[in-house]
Design a protein. Structure first.
Length: 555
């Protein structure tokens, strides 16, 4: 059974998570070639940038008449030295051509209010490599922390998700207010995570307002990327879901990455994302706020969206009370009823519980609330704020209470619903953790007499991907981590994978260790036993090494 205790990490852990994700370009299930990401500065949840939009009177009038149609304008963005009134460093030396439209459903506001925006740049005018930007007005989240915190939680377990930063917007020189600058999931973002996007055959489908993988419903999905006319990949997914003669996990193996999907669903349930795919069953309106992304072979992953109404169980609205196993989207329901898929979901929820606790979500919420407070005050004084200071404080407190209570709620459900153990083939080694100190290396950091003992390094879940190992780690101090796996070949030790050293601050990190081609070839012939080794060196030179044996099944 999964342990019911997890070490608490410091608030610096979110910075560690961001550093690890930046090094991995948002850890994806399969390692991709590194891509220089100029736009990383745009999605920093620890800072507030400024954005200036300039629109002509004719463009304003056009948006009042047709909010969803793009109009032309100019754009400028700058980083800031801290709060309002500080030094601004421009990211756009001259006003940048941009196209602008309004967005939103329940959060929609007219251009005269605190409107939410979609921005679009022509290829020749791409901003830091970006072609699109999304500015959410956060009017349904008084804390203004939910989106940034949610996407960090997805990233903590290696579930691909957009990044999110903050920006204070001025329109024609007039203050509008504080926005969540959420990374638009388009071809640019997809290639940073998954490698080259091939059009055709790949697609990014947007699911909203009841879109689900039901027979005859492929045409209801909006195609955000890919060929709109050829939806053969989505049709194949729908056909597999509908083929009830075969167990769910078996019939979806060729068309969906259930390991990734169950991690996404587990995060949705953990953060109480009632308005997502696994949120709740409400005909004609749910599921909502998700994307289906297909690779070149037609195999799908699922990506989250619209996470502003999370981190809170609203007991006054029944459909917003999200348990861990109530009904949601069709694939989630089928997963709960399938033994193998349920096990994946159960394991993923345990991983999410540990990872969110390790990244100190409560600390991030408190730090973010403090960072945003002066900008929120400026918005109330000069802009178009909808939330009072009292409402902001109340939502922050409610989310803090949710964060504090959720681990115990999750572990109680995990303990009550643990699936039966899987019988390992005869002769297999059990997965166990050992602590090894290499010769000549000093002791690990000792805690102060007044503090409880905290290990500098924790080796968490090791996910086995077709081409890589994805290793979850936790740290109680700053340092450098290196991950390596070895196997025995003809009596000698051979490196199976090796990840470059990564500098981390205390908290949680996900390291992708790509498997060597020779190991991939051997894996095609049969199962392989590996020993995974995580070596952590602190800033003061102390070293801790943890090892774990694992078995890679044959491909």
């Amino acid at each position: 059974m999964r342990s019911n205790t997890t070490q608490r990490r410091g608030r610096g852990s979110v910075a560690a998570l961001l550093a690890a994700l930046a090094a991995l370009v948002l850890a994806a299930p399969v390692a991709a070639a590194p891509i220089v990401d100029e736009a990383a500065v745009v999605y920093d949840p620890h800072a507030v940038a400024t954005i200036d939009l300039t629109l002509s009177p004719e463009a304003i009038a056009a948006l009042e008449a047709e909010p969803s149609e793009y109009v032309k304008g100019t754009f400028a963005m700058a980083t800031t030295s801290g709060g309002p009134g500080g030094e601004e460093t421009t990211l756009t030396p001259t006003p940048h051509p941009v196209e602008v439209r309004l967005k939103g459903s329940g959060s929609f506001r007219p251009i005269t209010g605190k409107a939410a925006f979609k921005l679009k740049f022509k290829k020749v005018d791409a901003f830091l490599g970006l072609r699109k930007m999304t500015l959410n007005n956060m009017v349904q989240d008084e804390s203004m922390a939910h989106e940034a915190l949610s996407y960090l939680a997805f990233g903590a377990v290696g579930a691909p998700a957009p990044r999110s930063g903050y920006a204070y917007l001025r329109l024609n020189g007039e203050d509008v207010g504080l926005y969540a600058d959420v990374e638009t999931l388009d071809k640019v973002a997809l290639e940073k995570r998954f490698g080259t996007f091939e059009d055709p055959p790949q697609h990014l489908y947007e699911g909203e307002s009841g879109d689900d993988v039901l027979e005859g419903e492929a045409g209801s999905f909006e195609v955000d990327e890919g060929d709109e006319e050829d939806r053969a990949d989505l049709e194949a997914l729908i056909e597999a879901v509908g083929d009830t003669e075969v167990p769910f996990s078996q019939r979806l193996a060729a068309v969906a990455d259930l390991g990734e999907m169950t991690r996404m669903w587990a995060v949705e349930r953990y953060i109480a994302h009632w308005d997502g795919y696994a949120g709740h069953a409400q005909p004609n309106e749910r599921p909502n706020n998700y994307y289906l992304f297909s690779d070149a072979s037609g195999r799908f992953q699922m990506l989250p969206w619209g996470t502003d109404q999370t981190w809170d169980l609203n007991l006054e609205i029944p459909h917003r009370i999200v348990s861990f196993d109530s009904e949601g989207g069709l694939m989630f329901n089928e997963c709960l009823a399938d033994e193998e898929c349920f096990r994946l979901y159960w394991e993923a929820l345990g991983e999410v519980t540990d990872a969110v606790e390790a990244m100190d979500a409560g600390g991030f919420l408190a730090d973010t609330a403090a960072m945003l407070a002066p900008w929120q005050a400026k918005e109330r004084e000069d802009g178009r704020a909808e939330a009072t200071e009292t409402e902001v404080t109340a939502q922050v407190n409610e989310s803090a209470a949710f964060i504090a209570n959720r681990p115990a709620e999750a572990r109680e459900w995990l303990a009550a619903n643990e699936p039966p153990p899987v019988e390992e083939p005869p002769g297999e080694e059990p997965e166990e953790e050992s602590s090894v100190k290499p010769p000549g290396v000093g002791p690990t950091l000792a805690p102060s007499p007044s503090a409880p003992a905290v290990d500098p390094l924790r080796l968490g879940r090791i996910a086995k991907r077709p081409q890589a190992l994805v290793v979850q780690l936790g740290f109680s101090v700053d340092g450098e981590i290196r991950v390596r796996a070895t196997t025995k070949l003809r009596g000698r030790s051979v490196t199976a994978c090796s990840a470059d050293p990564v500098g981390v601050t205390r908290g949680a990190a996900t390291i992708v260790c790509p498997l060597n081609p020779s190991i991939l070839n051997r894996r095609a012939d049969g199962a392989i036993r590996l020993r995974v080794r995580a070596a952590f060196t602190t800033a003061t030179g102390d070293r801790t090494v943890l090892e774990r044996p694992i078995r890679l099944a044959a491909l």
